[in-house]
Design a protein around this ligand. Sequence first.
Ligand SMILES: [Cu+2]
Length: 368
Amino acid sequence: MIAFLSFVVMVLLFAVLVLTARANELSRVLKTDKLDFTNQSRINGYLMLVCLILLFAGAAYSFKELLPLMLPKAASEHGVRTDKLFDINMIIIGIAFFFTQIGLFYFAFRYNESRVDEPYFYPHNNTLEIVWTTIPALVLTGLIVMGMIEWFRIFNVDARDKNMMVIEVTGKQFNWIIRYPGKDGKFGERIIDTAHITPVNELGINWEDPKSHDDFMSDKLYLVKGHPVLMKLGAQDVIHSFFLPHFRVKMDCVPGIPTEFYFKPTVTTKEMQKYLSKQPWWQTNNPETGEPRWKTFKYELACAELCGKSHYGMEREVVVVTQQEYDDWVNQQTAMYESMKPKNTEEPKAAEESVKVENKAQAMLIKK
Ligand SMILES: [Cu+2]
């Protein structure tokens, strides 16, 4: 309420100032025949110079304060290259910004009414037109070509490593289902229909396919440093977006249209923590844990598509480890096929059936 009243007071004060100035102006018109704005023009001219200085001071301050918060250190091979492209873009835009703003404000100052009596009419100059069209066109073409080369490099299917890991990630409201293919490196078949997709088999895995018998799920996304990985992405309900900010990976997960992203992580979680332990902000204490922030640093997987009311909760931890650590972790995992088997039966199907019966019973209860 106080904020609102303050705002109203400010608006009214501004209105009073404008109206007083206007009344002053009109009274002068009544006194003289000709309006003379020379003095105001001079003041405005100097104000333009002040604006220019404030603009650059503000831009420099924002750069100093915000640049370290913009992008975290890249932790993938292509991430380092795309960051370089980003830097090149920023430098070129920065140079253009610097000179055009100086021109804009300086000209407003230099050629204000108090300094120039007669405006100089300069309608056309072919050379000038060619220069200021060609240079930006060439620079923009260069930037686009560099971007396209990098794009095709990232999405070049032929250049993929034959030994890459493959991980399947499916987005749903509001979670990620992360499936690893197990020791055989191959995923079991999925059948997307109501008979196969059940609360205990969300992906609709066909248990009759032997390739499915060693597939396992994980709460965290485990990746190996230096080992290329292909993420096979999908969604079950609405569009989600698979976003790994540190790895500069972002790809939509679309129901019915499989997408994928191939990349190579280059920094383990521990190495990143070590790097961050030298960064000023990360050395400050986390009030929740009472420890320096770098100690609890985790890579994150987030959803970058506004996909519903609990969209913010679609966060998972990403762990980058060495090959040895990864192998140890894989050995500790239990295949879904095993964990789904009820104690007395051989087939996971029986477990599904029992859940189906339970669901039916629940549905009947609700109906009643
Ligand atoms: Cu989402």
